[in-house]
Design a protein around this ligand. Structure first.
Ligand code: SIN
Ligand code: FE2
Length: 215
């Protein structure tokens, strides 16, 4: 394992993953409790669900979201929707603390004035995974993606410009934030199956928040 990813206190907190991609170790740690309270409220209004891919398979990751828009998938394809298809109601509002944290993380990575309009919330039970994909359903590809990890750890697959390019395995832990944009905006990425475990903040799951500017 690469020294950069060791747990010691002297390990660097900012790890470049590309020319315009950065892992900010522990960047969300201080606000993790507040973020999890926000997510619980969001999930009361817009319940967790396993969306179905256009190919008809239920995703292993459970999802909800908040903000003016949220990414959805069904037999019609992938897109952003301004209403929760389950209820027909607008998505819950994006908590200000969440938007501010994402903006601060983006700034650290060199993206000034990131104003997310969509937050997808992913919940990984043990065994849930996300196969390699690009985030490319957003209209504005000049804005970065900000991804916040909470709870159980996972291995993030950080790939290249094509699906077949070799992928780096990056351990992500509670409080870590990854930002990617610019020349790295369309890098393939995914998450290996989450291992069973217990985390004091989330119990038996991993939560990931991805903030995007969709429009
Ligand atoms: C995603 O790519 O949408 C999720 C990434 C993650 O869970 O870390
Ligand atoms: Fe993604």
């Amino acid at each position: 394992m690469n020294d950069l990813f060791d747990d010691d206190a002297n390990a660097p907190r900012l790890l470049p993953l590309g020319a315009q991609a950065l892992l900010l170790r522990g960047f969300a740690l201080a606000q993790a409790g507040e973020l999890l309270r926000c997510i619980n409220q969001v999930a009361q209004q817009a319940p967790w669900r396993h969306m179905v891919t256009p190919g008809g398979k239920a995703m292993s990751v459970a999802m909800t979201g908040c903000g003016p828009l949220c990414w959805v998938s069904d037999s019609q394809g992938y897109r952003y929707a301004d209403r929760d298809p389950l209820s027909g109601q607008p998505w819950p509002a994006m908590p200000a603390a969440l938007a501010q944290l994402a903006q601060a993380a983006a700034q650290q990575a060199g993206f000034a004035d990131f104003t997310p309009d969509a937050c997808l919330v992913n919940r990984y039970a043990p065994g849930a995974r996300m196969s390699l994909h690009q985030d490319r359903d957003e209209r504005d590809l000049t804005a970065p993606i900000v991804s916040i990890s909470l709870g159980l750890p996972a291995i993030f697959l950080w790939g290249g410009a094509t699906r077949g390019a070799p992928a780096q395995r990056v351990p992500l832990r509670h409080g870590d934030v990854v930002v990617w944009g610019g020349v790295d905006r369309l890098r393939y990425h995914g998450v290996l199956a989450v291992a069973p475990g217990m985390h004091p903040a989330t119990e038996d799951c991993r939560i990931n928040l991805t903030l995007r500017k969709a429009l």
